[in-house]
Structure formats: structure tokens, C-alpha cells
Design a protein around this ligand. Structure first.
Ligand SMILES: Cc1cc2nc3c(=O)[nH]c(=O)nc-3n(C[C@H](O)[C@H](O)[C@H](O)COP(=O)(O)OP(=O)(O)OC[C@H]3O[C@@H](n4cnc5c(N)ncnc54)[C@H](O)[C@@H]3O)c2cc1C
Length: 471
């Protein structure tokens, strides 16, 4: 079905900001027993709920259409890359660098010390590489800037030696890169979220899930339309709260007008099954990341123990978007779920395997899926009070780094509520629609690979997909 438009069932094409709701008075109050409603129980929603509960907030409800954790959550994945910061935040850094360094510092402190997170972190190393000239220019600049942690990989043999013999058997033709052996690797994503959720529940967080009970259809507005008083779910129930936190990932911009600050963008992944006899060899490997090729990550312990060890493989590209028409005659990107990937992505995944691990290149690729995140124009997170709507906090715009940084998101949202967030960080991560005026939805935003550009899924013909949506 080429040139079709996929509209999610809960899409709102033009969002009216002032939706006065006679039944809902404007409310406020942020004591530890005040009511807090978290819309979206994915990676960030769970992290926020956990952190607020840990700080003593006693009245937190999380809404999500899917059981926790949601099958569509970007974080519901076997594993994710984690790189610890190389530089601390320094006063002389520009605002963006300072905010990134702060986020990474907060997150890595949690991953390396918090008893819930730490067991899920594997600092097994990170191969940072590229093939094409534009991607290599980016990788080389980063590798040379931080020569204290990155060792250059001068040839194919150097690449092969980053992992046990028998893993990287490919010829690595044209590959160039660096190896970071310490303070980088991967985390068991789903298993970490499971433990964080269990702990959040133990601390009293309530999770309301289900297609009817948990799917938010609209935010509720005060009579004057100047505050958010909660959210309404598909079953018609109104959940009133003194503070509403919108953390619905790529779907956030369907529920609120983000003034184009969020671009729902999909990337693609699939899994290569391992034979029992191969599990030991492929366990706890460094991450191999090719900035224009893709990456793979070792299986988590839980899947090995369940006899379902798989390598997760992502191809790297600027991303896919799904543009739909707006009532005003424009177009805007919205996410939709699909357990399949464009055939071009499948071929790229096989290319990555052929160049690095040809022994796996012809294996079945299991559970391919589109995975949605939301990009801000500068790929820095959007963690902010809404400037015009009281009692609303937004936490969205993971921009490809939102898993490893998720512990920091919980901390920063807590600091925002308690007004202890550092002013410079608050400003940099704040509501900034001026950065999205006239936004080019096809901007590559520093990403490489694939066709070299962002692709509209509406241009992918139905015969050009790989995978079975029913699985
Ligand atoms: C292929 C891929 C690979 C990635 N790899 C990495 C990596 O290696 N390292 C890294 O740090 N980051 C990585 N990321 C980015 C990271 O996964 C995301 O930035 C992060 O998970 C975003 O978290 P989130 O909570 O904003 O969104 P999500 O985790 O997607 O959660 C959104 C939640 O909102 C819920 N929701 C949706 N609609 C509604 C509604 N109407 N009402 C209520 N709830 C709703 C969903 O069910 C879901 O649970 C990757 C992303 C992708 C796509």
C-alpha cells in the first residue's frame, strides 16, 4: 500500500489548547501527599514514578494503555547502550553541553550505585565506528577529542580483537573506529524496568493499565483553560490530579500541542537467535556500534536462562516518520505501531551481519519491529513545566538517548517539582518552541546510514515490509 497514511486510533489532528472543562476546577499543590498523575508508563514514566515515590510522594498514579511495561514502549527491549560521561559538567561549557553532562552524570551515578539499577549494567565496552566519510568525520572527531578513553582501531584485525575469537569473523571492509574499554557497554532494558516497576509498586505507586482504563484520550483543562487538572481515559473516567506529568514518549504530541518540538521518529530492530552452544561466546560482549551501519548487543541473563538467547540488532539510519495531513493543510508526524520493518532495514541488518559476523548473516531475523522515540530539534530532552498551563509537567523527547539517561529524568522531574533544579539546566531543557519554528521534519539531526535521509513510511509499499504484524 504505497503512499498511505497511518493514523493511530488516538490521533488528534489539530489540538485545541483551551478545552475548558466545567467539572474540573483549577487545582494546585505539590506537597508529598498531593495527587500526581503520570500519563505514560514507559521508560520515563516508570523512572519518574519510582524517583518521586522514593522521595516520599505518596499519591502517584500511572496511566498506560498497555500492561506495564507496554509492548509499544521504546524501552521494552532486551537491552540498550549505556555510555558513562567522559567529562563532568563544567561552568565554562555551553548550555547544551552542560545540560548533557549533567544528565549523563546523574544517570551514570544511578546505574553504578543504585541497587535496583546496578545489577542490570554491563560495562563490557563500546566499539564506536563508521564506514562512510560523513559518519567517520563525526566518529573520528569524538574519538580524537577523547583519546584518553578511546583506542583507535587501525584495521580489521584490530576490530576482530575487541571480542573473543569466533565472534567478529567479518572482513570489516572500509570500517574505521575506536574502542572504549571502560565505563561503557549496555543495560538489560526490560529487566531493569521490571525491577524499577516492582520497587515503585512497593513504594505505593498505582498503575492503571488497559486499552480502556489506561489509554488517555485527552488532558483535562481548568474552566479558564489555563491549567491541567488531570486526564480522561478511553473508558470515560476523569482522573483529577494536582500535578499531571505527560511522559507518553512518541505519543506525547498526540495529546498536547508541543508546537512542533517533538518529532515522533521510528527506528528498526530485529533479533538473531543463538544456539545453546553459542550462548557463552556471545554473552557480555562489548557493544559494536557503527554510526552508519547499526549495532548489536548481547542477550540479557534472563533470556539466556529462559533458553531464548538472542542478539538484538538495529540498523542505523536517520529514522522513519509517518506524516499525516492536518486540518490546516499542513502535515505532522504521528507514530503508529507495527511489528514489521521496511525491507530496506532488513537488508541493512543483514549487511551489518555480513560485514561483522557473517556466520550469522543468514539466520532468521525474529520479532522485527518499529520502535518509536521523539526527537527534539537539538536532541536535548524536553523536561519542563508548561509555560501556559499550570500544573502540567512534560517529560518527552528521548531523541535516541532516553534509556540510559532515564534515571536522570526521574531526578530532574523531582527537582522541577521541588524547584531545586539548577536554573541553567531548567532553562536548557525547558519549553522552547522558538527552536522548532518552520521545522524541517526530514532533518537528519546528526544521524547517518540507510538511504542517508529521513524516510516517510507512507512511501514504503506494502510489499516492501519484512515481518508478520500478527506476531
Ligand atoms: C530502536 C531504538 C533503539 C534505542 N537504543 C537506545 C540505546 O541503546 N540507549 C539509549 O539510551 N536509548 C535508546 N533508545 C531511546 C530510548 O529507548 C528512548 O529515548 C526512551 O525509551 C524513551 O522513553 P519514553 O518513556 O519517552 O517513551 P516510551 O518508553 O516509548 O514510553 C511511552 C509510554 O507511553 C505510553 N502511551 C502511549 N500512548 C498513551 C496514551 N494515550 N495514554 C497513556 N499512555 C500512553 C506507551 O504505552 C508507553 O508505555 C532507542 C530507541 C529506539 C527506538
Amino acid at each position: 500500500m504505497p503512499n498511505t497514511t497511518h493514523i493511530p486510533t488516538d490521533a488528534v489532528l489539530d489540538i485545541t489548547v483551551n478545552m475548558g472543562n466545567a467539572a474540573s476546577p483549577k487545582v494546585s499543590g505539590e506537597g508529598k501527599d498531593s495527587t500526581i498523575l503520570i500519563v505514560g508508563g514507559g521508560t520515563w514514566g516508570i523512572s519518574i514514578a519510582y524517583r518521586l515515590a522514593q522521595r516520599g510522594y505518596t499519591n502517584i498514579t500511572v496511566l498506560d494503555p498497555n500492561d506495564i511495561f507496554s509492548s509499544v514502549a521504546a524501552g521494552n527491549d532486551l537491552n540498550k547502550i549505556l555510555e558513562e560521561p567522559i567529562s563532568p559538567p563544567l561552568p565554562e561549557q555551553d548550555d547544551d553541553t552542560y545540560a548533557w553532562a549533567t544528565i549523563e552524570k546523574l544517570a551514570s551515578e544511578v546505574w553504578t550505585t543504585d541497587p535496583i539499577y546496578k545489577p542490570h549494567y554491563h560495562p563490557s565496552g563500546f566499539v564506536y565506528s563508521a564506514v562512510g566519510e560523513d559518519a567517520w568525520a563525526r566518529v573520528r572527531a569524538e574519538g580524537e577529542r577523547h583519546g584518553e578513553v578511546y583506542t583507535p582501531l587501525k584495521d580489521a584485525e584490530a576490530f576482530r580483537k575487541t571480542m573473543p575469537e569466533g565472534v567478529l569473523t567479518g572482513d570489516f571492509a572500509g570500517w574505521k573506529g575506536f574502542f572504549r574499554q571502560q565505563r561503557a557497554g549496555w543495560v538489560e532494558a526490560r529487566d531493569a524496568l521490571a525491577d524499577i516497576t516492582t520497587e515503585a509498586k512497593r513504594l505505593g505507586v498505582r498503575f492503571t493499565t488497559g486499552a480502556m482504563e489506561g489509554r488517555v484520550t485527552k488532558l483535562l483543562y481548568s474552566d479558564l483553560g489555563d491549567a491541567i487538572t488531570g486526564a480522561k481515559t478511553e473508558d470515560g473516567k476523569e482522573h483529577l490530579a494536582e500535578t499531571t506529568i505527560l511522559s507518553a514518549g512518541a505519543t506525547s504530541s498526540v495529546l498536547l500541542d508541543f508546537e512542533d518540538q517533538l518529532r515522533p521518529t521510528a527506528w528498526t530492530l530485529a533479533h538473531v537467535p543463538l544456539e545453546p552452544s553459542e550462548v557463552e561466546l556471545y554473552s557480555d560482549l562489548p557493544v559494536l556500534f557503527g554510526a552508519d551501519r547499526g549495532f548489536f548487543i548481547s542477550p540479557p541473563k534472563s533470556s539466556i536462562m529462559a533458553g531464548k538467547a538472542e542478539l538484538k540488532i538495529c540498523d542505523e539510519h536517520p529514522g522513519y516518520i509517518n506524516l499525516i495531513p492536518t486540518a490546516k493543510g499542513g502535515k505532522k508526524p504521528v507514530p503508529y505501531q507495527r511489528n514489521a520493518i521496511p525491507r530496506a532495514s532488513e537488508l541493512k541488518i543483514r549487511q551489518l551481519l555480513r560485514e561483522t559476523m557473517p556466520q550469522l548473516a543468514d539466520r532468521p531475523l525474529l520479532r522485527p519491529r518499529l520502535c518509536w522515540d521523539a526527537d527534539t530539534p537539538n536532541r536535548l530532552f524536553l523536561i519542563s513545566r508548561h509555560p501556559k498551563l499550570d500544573n502540567l509537567v512534560v517529560a518527552a523527547g528521548g531523541s535516541g538517548h532516553g534509556f540510559m539517561c532515564s534515571p536522570a529524568v526521574g531526578i530532574l522531574v523531582g527537582d522541577l517539582l521541588e524547584e531545586t533544579i539548577e536554573e541553567r539546566v531548567r532553562r536548557t531543557l525547558g519549553w522552547r518552541p522558538e527552536t522548532a519554528v518552520g521545522r524541517d521534519w526530514f532533518a537528519t539531526q546528526g544521524r547517518f546510514g540507510g538511504s542517508g535521509g529521513v524516510v516517510d513510511l507512507g512511501t514504503v509499499g506494502e510489499g516492501d515490509w519484512f515481518g508478520d504484524d500478527s506476531k
